[in-house]
Design a binder for this molecule. Structure first.
Ligand code: AMP
Length: 301
């Protein structure tokens, strides 16, 4: 099985109420790819500049992520994003976005990526996702993420993308923005009517909801006591979820979907315990399974 992700690769500057980190590895594709890498082999497509550190390529390769789809622009600078978290560590403000090489990114998929069975179009311009899809034949499952920026600035592209995907993973405020609906389930159904067969609405520390025509599943968030940096939690949730589905050969029965939601939740819960990839680098699949078992005990009645 093969799981492909296309998305941003970034150097992030993060401010929390108690700490600040400059130019740490971030971006939607890396967080997704590393999380999915706990479950299955991953192929990552993105663009970086001359400031890309080879140690990151090595980190991904060691973790089962194929990096041959990362384009390095020799005279360019990697995308930069900076954000500041509020006291509640859930809400944040974007302080700065420097698109750099991401601004002109045209994804070119290596030949062996074009038959990927599972595809995730992580946060980035919808036109990038559409350009990647043009190069992929016969995927079993295509899902995507989006954000307020694209909802506000590139709605026609986003509408076209939604007609080409099986699933959309968005957060509650984005679902509201897309539909004008305050109720999560009503909003998810309206988003589904725009194209995707299933919609997963992430609600931060309140968990996530999966909605399709016939099914609704809810999963609470794992209660993390020491939240250090929530950046990338949404991408890691999607990575754990899609990685698990790919590891089950794309079986989409109810049990597999529920397990995928739980694995997404548990994988993301580790990432927020450290900045950037600090915490992920300390753990392996057995840590995820152990926490999954704790979660099962907490949530079975
Ligand atoms: P999340 O916390 O899951 O929303 O993901 C945060 C990641 O998204 C950060 O590492 C950022 O580098 C990346 N990001 C922020 N803004 C954008 C954007 N406009 N396009 C693509 N990626 C972005």
């Amino acid at each position: 099985m093969s799981l492909l992700v296309v998305g941003s690769i970034a150097y992030d500057t993060i401010e929390t109420p108690t700490a600040r980190r400059e130019n740490v590895l971030g971006g939607s594709a890396p967080f997704f790819a590393y999380a999915a890498g706990f479950f299955c082999p991953v192929q990552m497509v993105g663009v970086v500049g001359a400031d890309w550190l080879p140690e990151y390529t090595e980190m991904f390769q060691k973790h089962g992520v194929d990096t041959s789809g990362i384009e390095i622009v020799p005279d360019g600078k990697t995308f930069r994003w900076s954000g500041k978290y509020h006291k509640n560590m859930n809400d944040r403000d974007t302080l700065e976005t420097q698109l750099n090489v991401l601004g002109t990114f045209q994804p070119k998929l290596p030949e062996n990526y074009r038959r990927a069975q599972f595809v995730f179009l992580a946060n980035g311009a919808p036109s990038t996702g559409l350009a990647a899809l043009e190069q992929i034949q016969g995927a079993d499952l295509v899902a995507a993420d989006t954000m307020n920026l694209w909802i506000n600035t590139t709605r026609p592209d986003l509408d076209a993308l939604m007609k080409r995907i099986d699933g959309l993973v968005i957060n509650d405020s984005e679902a509201m923005m897309l539909t004008g609906e305050i109720n999560t389930i009503t909003a998810a159904r309206k988003v589904s009517a725009m194209g995707p067969k299933f919609v997963i609405v992430k609600k931060g520390e309140h968990g996530a909801v999966f909605v399709s025509e016939y099914e609704t599943y809810v999963v609470p968030a794992f209660p993390v006591e020491n939240v250090v940096d929530p950046t990338g939690a949404g991408d890691a949730f999607a990575g754990g979820m899609m990685g698990y589905i790919a590891s089950q050969q794309g079986n989409l029965d109810g049990e597999t979907i529920k397990n995928a939601l739980v694995y997404g939740t548990i994988t993301a819960s580790f990432g927020i315990e450290g900045f950037s990839f600090d915490r992920y680098k300390e753990i392996c699949r057995s840590d995820i399974d152990e926490r999954r078992e704790d979660f099962r005990k907490m949530t079975s009645f």
